[in-house]
Design a protein around this ligand. Structure first.
Ligand code: SF4
Length: 232
């Protein structure tokens, strides 16, 4: 059986299992080389809770662009305090923009995301055998084919999506069940929360990601773009 077939078979076996079970299986495959890339979305908060409650050896890091909401920085501290773990910051080594210059997210948002998210992520992932994300199939058409574990050809490691099959309703029921801290902005109409300059609330009935890069064609920061075909 090829490595790709083996991973596909494992994904099938793990489909429908609890997030902690999926995380434990992935951690066993990559001892000391697996981490959750936490963006402080509701999904990632639930995964932090699952990792901590099950005592799993899964590191947690975040891409700190420097442009996160104050509420997101507060949640970062709250999660660390609540679960007694450290959420490591990965940051781009970039000069602070001149105050008079066009802000980088206006001048070229793709380049801004590349510099502040994709490049630091690539560096962080280069040390790992697997990364964990909170993506769910129902979030976007790009994510509809996500498996609970798959080969990420873009970054060259395994990608673990324990919540791939979860619905929005399941997610929030579980968050309430375990009283997991979430971003205070969710109460103010923000469904998907990224950097402050590029995130707005959504109106009732709008797509949850409609508030990201509103008014632009951009829908992803580049972290979860394909291809994610199984390794041959
Ligand atoms: Fe820059 Fe906006 Fe991307 Fe954040 S989301 S890195 S501010 S373009």
């Amino acid at each position: 059986m090829s490595a790709g077939d083996e991973l596909a078979a494992l994904a099938e076996t793990l489909e429908g299992r609890a997030p902690a079970e999926i995380l434990a299986a992935a951690a066993a495959r990559h001892p000391g080389r697996i981490a959750l890339a936490c963006s402080f979305g509701a999904e990632d908060c639930l995964l932090v809770d699952a990792i901590a409650r099950a005592g799993l050896a899964v590191e947690v890091f975040t891409l700190d662009t420097g442009y996160l909401f104050p509420e997101t920085y507060a949640l970062w501290r709250e999660l660390e305090g609540r679960y007694g773990l450290s959420i490591r910051a990965e940051r781009a080594a970039l000069p602070v923009p001149e105050p008079a210059a066009t802000p980088p997210w206006e001048a070229d948002p793709d380049a801004c995301c590349e510099a502040r998210k994709v490049i630091p992520l690539r560096a962080a992932l280069s040390r790992l055998g697997a990364w964990v994300t909170g993506i769910r199939r129902e979030q976007t058409p790009d994510r509809a084919g996500a498996r609970v574990i798959e080969w990420d050809a873009r970054f060259g490691l395994e990608k673990v999506n324990p919540l791939a099959a979860w619905t929005h309703e399941q997610l929030w029921a579980e968050l309430r069940r375990f009283d997991v801290p979430v971003n205070a902005l969710h109460q103010r109409g923000y469904a998907s929360i990224g950097c402050a300059p590029c995130t707005t609330p959504v109106r009732p009935g709008e797509d949850p990601r409609a508030g990201r890069w509103r008014g632009r064609a951009k829908t992803e920061c580049g972290l979860h773009l394909g291809p994610v075909a199984p390794k041959a």
